[in-house]
Design a protein around this ligand. Structure first.
Ligand code: HEC
Length: 201
């Protein structure tokens, strides 16, 4: 085969492959992957503070205690005091204080405004080495346990989509909406910056 013929064959082959991929592409737009099923989509959730978007399932403080001790305590401490991982409870009243030497102690108990975030975060990110490995029931349970250790819910509490959304976190009103108008600063003097920043009107 001459170099030219070889090139022509290679071109024809590439063209044929391209045509085949084109035919596939009509079936599925990018020619790969499968259509997500309802079961696939059920794995995705994004809870809002009012509980919308929380998955079904439930768990008690007691169930959560054994999950916590097995899967969380090594990093967050047996008493949730922290270690490799963050301290999870305590710190109440430390965010706003007049003693400059006293740093705020930010924990779920002292800082987080919504309990639903706890479910979301644990489900997505914890345990650190195996995120998304806990069932929804287990996540509700360990959430209940942490909230009970912080004395935010009673020791016999059961958390589910409804009860978790009703939990009032201690720092619920510690955040204020930023009402400043969403404007950019006036255009800078240099042409480089004035291209990047739109002037306020
Ligand atoms: C291997 C160590 C490790 C294990 C095990 C682990 N965590 Fe964590 N956790 C961390 C680290 C490190 C962070 C901080 C992550 C960051 O800031 O990005 C964290 C952060 C968190 C936070 C956020 C705290 C905050 O105030 O921001 C929560 C809640 C949490 N973990 C819960 C859990 C729960 C519940 C489990 C058990 C199911 C668990 N973790 C298991 C290491 C761990």
């Amino acid at each position: 085969m001459s170099t030219h013929t070889r090139a022509a064959v290679a071109f024809a082959f590439a063209f044929a492959c391209g045509a085949a991929a084109g035919a596939d592409a009509q079936k599925a737009p990018y020619g790969f992957g499968t259509t997500a099923t309802d079961a696939d989509l059920a794995r995705f959730f994004s809870p809002l503070p009012d509980g919308r978007g929380l998955p079904s399932g439930s768990g008690s403080v007691l169930q959560g205690k054994s999950i916590y001790l097995q899967q969380c305590a090594a990093c967050h401490g047996e008493n949730l005091q922290g270690g490799i991982g963050d301290r999870l409870v305590g710190g109440g009243g430390s965010l706003v204080n007049s003693d400059k030497a006293k740093a705020p102690v930010k924990t779920i108990e002292s800082y987080w405004p919504y309990a639903t975030t706890l479910f979301d975060y644990i489900k997505r990110a914890m345990p650190l080495t195996a995120p998304d490995s806990l069932s929804n029931d287990d996540v509700y349970a360990v959430t209940a346990y942490i909230l009970a250790q912080a004395k935010i819910v009673p020791d016999d509490a059961v958390m589910n989509a409804q009860t978790l959304a009703k939990v009032q976190m201690p720092n619920r009103s510690g955040f204020v909406p930023d009402r400043r108008p969403d404007r950019f600063p006036p255009a800078a003097k240099t042409s480089h910056q004035s291209l990047a920043i739109a002037p306020a009107k």
